[in-house]
Design a protein around this ligand. Sequence first.
Ligand SMILES: C[S@@+](CC[C@H](N)C(=O)[O-])C[C@H]1O[C@@H](n2cnc3c(N)ncnc32)[C@H](O)[C@@H]1O
Length: 180
Amino acid sequence: MQSKKTHGLDVTSTVFQANSEKWTFQDDTVRKWVEDRLDGDVLNACAGHTELRHSGEIHRNDVNKERKAHTHHNLKHMSDKVNLSFDTVVYDPPWSVFQVNDKYEGRGQDTIKQSTLMAESIDDMLNVGGKVLGFGYTIDMIPSSMDYDLTEIAVFTIPGPGKDFFGSVHQKTNTKLTQF
Ligand SMILES: C[S@@+](CC[C@H](N)C(=O)[O-])C[C@H]1O[C@@H](n2cnc3c(N)ncnc32)[C@H](O)[C@@H]1O
């Protein structure tokens, strides 16, 4: 059987103009895009600085203890440390090694190199049918080997020398045996 990748995927894609800010959700366009997609209990897994608006609960996590957050776990270990589940996970890790050093005081090298461990930890905490809202220079926030559908892509174009980036929505489709 051929994979979805070899067939190509029809995914809703929208282009937005945004600005390059130190914190991703400081830009009004990006912030609106993510806030419009928050549903149920939310984990902001690499919360950073910006506080999102949502009618429900948002659990903020950031490995940096100086960030305002409920917990300060390294995301890759978080699912082993907490007994929580969510309907939406906002996943906005550092996007490159350069950005880690330039903007986040060197925190997050492992986040980039161990992206599969991060995705597995997210998966352990996400309810079936839930969504991962990812941000970065890639839409592969969730490895294609995991049971998710990529349902939406946003392209955020940055005028001038800044780099464009993506928002992506992955919806969890799998039902592990342990959930029966
Ligand atoms: C791109 S910033 C998030 C910006 C946030 N969305 C905002 O708009 O304010 C990435 C954040 O991830 C945190 N971080 C990096 N690696 C992490 C990890 N492994 N687990 C949890 N947080 C991590 C950094 O401390 C930083 O605050």
